[in-house]
Ligand binder design. Structure first.
Ligand code: CO
Length: 209
């Protein structure tokens, strides 16, 4: 059997198992999705949103890209954000990075990697904002870990700079924005930053009326 054929076979077994446990599972999900969470995570195969949070289909709306970036010209991410906030009315948006991220590590080198240079440039900018702190960390793995945390903070702040979030904060005092970092070594999520409509003051430069 070819590897991809195994996926199709496993899918049949999975679907049967779900129906065995809950006969209405697919009927219910096919009519409606009302997830409470939007997850913006890394594309890394080791950080699957549902598995690591022990959630089922229907519970998390997911967007993933390399190094879980929130880039203000990314129509893909912004469309996901707008739909999740304005139509699905999610209560929480989670940006989830992870230690050992290849994107973060690549951004810390001077290697010319082609097209992806442009994407990773966003991480280099975050490095520049925190260069004094980061250059002080001798151990390169620890330095990458810290950059991972700082980048997640930056992405959460990027969410707060969007009119999508600012409008929702003004009208409905949601969603709460979270920055988490996942440990590949131990499977644990670490809470790095939280921003909400009540306690967060957005830099006036980025505030829209
Ligand atoms: Co990654």
């Amino acid at each position: 059997m070819k590897s991809y054929e195994k996926l199709l076979l496993e899918n049949k077994a999975w679907a049967a198992e779900q129906i065995g446990r809950d006969p209405e599972f697919f009927t219910r999900l096919s009519k409606l999705q009302s997830p409470e969470f939007l997850w913006i995570g890394c594309s890394d195969s080791r950080v699957p949103a549902n598995e690591i949070t022990n959630t089922a289909p229907g519970e998390i709306f997911v967007h993933r890209n390399i190094a879980n970036l929130v880039v203000n010209t990314d129509l893909n991410m912004l469309s996901v954000l707008q739909y999740a906030v304005e139509v699905l009315k999610v209560q929480h948006v989670i940006v989830c990075g992870h230690y050992g991220c290849g994107g973060i590590k690549a951004a810390m080198t001077n290697n010319d990697l082609g097209l992806i240079n442009k994407w990773l440039r966003n991480i280099k900018d975050t490095y520049r904002f925190h260069q004094a702190e980061l250059d002080h960390i001798e151990d390169m793995e620890l330095r990458a870990n810290r950059l991972t945390e700082l980048s997640v903070e930056e992405q959460v702040m990027n969410l707060a700079k969007t009119t999508i979030v600012q409008h929702a904060w003004k009208a409905e005092q949601r969603p709460v924005l979270h920055g988490w970092v996942y440990g590949l070594n131990d499977g644990i999520l670490h809470d790095v930053i939280k921003m909400d409509s009540k306690t967060t003051l957005i830099d006036p430069i980025y505030q829209y009326r």
